[in-house]
Design a protein around this ligand. Structure first.
Ligand SMILES: Nc1ncnc2c1ncn2[C@@H]1O[C@H](COP(=O)(O)OP(=O)(O)OP(=O)(O)O)[C@@H](O)[C@H]1O
Length: 540
């Protein structure tokens, strides 16, 4: 049975069942290289379409992203037709496959080992894990092991991802005598080594790079020199590469090239290039994701104000991020690779943060209130248009869960249309801000922040700056009034796709009262007055 048959059969039955009440339409899903026709109902929501895909294809709902005409269909309770999808339309399905796999190794003695291994590790790493667990067995030495999968002998350098694709896997370990080791690094690799490059892009030489960022640059650069190749993450809609430590045993950073962003020309997920330059979220531009990632780090200053060269963790904990240029054969080069100038990529380099998964993997119950609140502060002040639970990593520090916000390529948009926050529905969001958070919010100054970004070389567009000023204004006024992150968030986010949020209505009212030639300052004063009067009716 082909993939098409698998997808079609159950859907036909289901659609036919309620056909009288609802008109059915056929849409086409592109996933990787295949196209799957799908019969759905006009009354189907995004959530129900995703559920059908899960039922038919086994891809978990939370791992699916649907894209139509360059926009992510991110509101699960919205009808497909409200997004303008009609019969015959093509939707792109992006799967966020986990980087972690459970591998079962069976030995010739029927002993079983289970490991959680990252997809981008190689077979040699698996052998190391086996030898750590196999004390007392004859294959404790790495070179005494040979790993077979479906009868095929696997080379030490082969990536786990290569053999396991989507699901967890069982591989068979066979013990054998040591063999002559093969010289692995061929001449071609040497050539590539000479053609790797990683350099920070410094616009303002007066601004010193913090030592923690130098260390990250140094490790990633040494990793490239030692031919520890960047490894593409299997999660995410854009090209995101794990840069390796020179030892090859850990990651030091994530590199996201601008030409591989969603809808950009070299996107490795096969998303078609944007036709009007707009990004996956409203009010963002393709190719500006890396700037926004860097801006998120710069704006996330500590309570004491903008950072000096001393590394201080920002209030919300955005990992250190810098703009770099980087050359390596492993990135997506559909036009070919010769190591020349045209292969150099520009993008954001963010420090890799040790984590035990994302908030998508766990219910929110155990997240400390302060940890959730620090994320809400960041999202509200930057009107973040991409805060789903998968974009918050978790770590455990002495039995306490610490949250780490990542993926800020859609913060600072030109408007509020696509603002959605998964934390809105978490209980912590209904708690009032603590005094520490209130002090931080009170210290925020949008004008100072815009000037700060400008000193780093990014002059926000008038629209982005306006949205940023208004979102900072709302956060400050809301917090001062004692509103919880939930209440402030509800003011900023649309309840449904086509129902404007309160903040959008406030901006529109201010627009309506604008007279030609009105300055930005006067416009913002008008917004402020309207906001004050609207907030009077909002209960704490
Ligand atoms: N700073 C970091 N530290 C550790 N892991 C990270 C970091 N940033 C990203 N990752 C990992 O890389 C994966 C891909 O990154 P990310 O989600 O930011 O990519 P993206 O293409 O922008 O994704 P999306 O489709 O959600 O917009 C993440 O799922 C996460 O596992």
């Amino acid at each position: 049975m082909s993939a098409v048959d698998v997808a079609l059969s159950p859907i036909h039955i289901e659609s036919g069942f309620i056909h009288n009440r609802n008109k059915s339409i056929v849409i086409y899903l592109t996933v990787a290289d295949s196209v799957i026709p799908m019969c759905i109902l006009e009354s189907d929501s995004i959530a129900s379409v995703k559920l059908r895909i899960q039922t038919c294809k086994g891809f978990l709902v939370k791992k699916q992203k649907l894209v139509f005409e360059g926009k992510e269909l991110s509101r699960n309770n919205t009808l497909l037709t409200d997004y303008g999808v009609s019969s015959g339309d093509v939707l792109h399905l992006i799967l966020r496959v986990s980087n972690l796999l459970v591998i079962t190794v069976e030995t010739a003695f029927r002993k079983e080992f289970k490991f959680q291994v990252e997809r981008f590790r190689n077979i040699r790493h698996l052998k190391q894990k086996i030898s750590e667990q196999a004390k007392g067995f004859p294959f404790v030495n790495i070179d005494d092991q040979e790993i077979l999968c479906n009868g095929e002998k696997l080379d030490d350098q082969r990536l786990i991802d290569d053999i396991c694709k989507n699901q967890d896997a069982v591989v068979h370990l066979v013990v054998q005598k040591p063999q002559e080791s093969q010289p692995r690094k061929d001449l071609r690799n040497k050539k590539i080594q000479n053609k790797s490059l990683l350099q920070p892009i410094i616009i303002n030489p007066d601004l010193k790079i913090p030592p923690v960022i130098w260390d990250m640059l140094h490790s990633a650069s040494e990793g490239l020199k030692k031919i520890k190749k960047p490894i593409r993450s299997s999660e995410g809609t854009g090209g995101a590469y794990f840069m390796q430590h020179p030892s090859g045993k850990k990651h030091v950073a994530i590199f996201k090239p601008i030409d591989e962003e969603p809808m950009a020309v070299n996107n490795p997920q096969g998303l078609p290039p944007s036709t009007n330059g707009e990004g996956l979220k409203r009010g963002t531009k393709v190719g500006e994701g890396a700037l926004r990632e860097v801006a998120a780090y710069i704006l996330d200053h500590p309570l004491t104000g903008p950072r000096s060269t001393k590394m201080e963790m920002g209030f919300s904990g955005v990992p250190p991020t810098i703009m770099v240029k980087c050359l390596n054969e492993e990135f997506n080069h559909p036009q070919g690779y010769d190591g020349g100038e045209k292969n150099i990529k520009i993008g954001s380099l963010q420090m890799f943060v040790k984590n035990c998964g994302s908030c998508e993997d766990l219910g929110p119950r155990d997240f400390p209130v302060e940890e959730v609140h620090k994320i809400t502060v960041f999202d509200l002040r930057t009107a973040n248009a991409d805060r789903h639970a998968g974009n918050i990593l978790m770590n455990r520090e002495s039995d306490r869960i610490v949250l780490i916000p990542i993926d800020h390529g859609y913060c600072l948009p030109e408007n509020f249309e696509d603002c959605t926050f998964d934390w809105l529905y978490w209980p912590q969001a209904r708690e009032p801000y603590s005094q520490k958070s209130l002090d931080y919010i009170n210290s925020l100054d949008a004008e100072q922040d815009i000037a700060l970004l400008s000193s780093y070389g990014w002059d926000l567009s008038l629209e982005c700056a306006r949205t940023f000023r208004i979102s900072t204004m709302l956060l400050k006024k809301g917090a001062k009034k004692g509103l919880s992150p939930f209440t402030i968030g509800k003011i900023m986010c649309r309840e449904t796709l086509n129902k404007e949020s309160m903040i959008e209505k406030i901006v529109e009212k201010a627009h309506d009262s604008m007279i030609t030639g009105m300055s930005e300052v006067v416009f913002l004063e008008t917004v402020s007055k309207i906001m004050d009067s609207e907030l009077e009716n909002v209960c704490v």
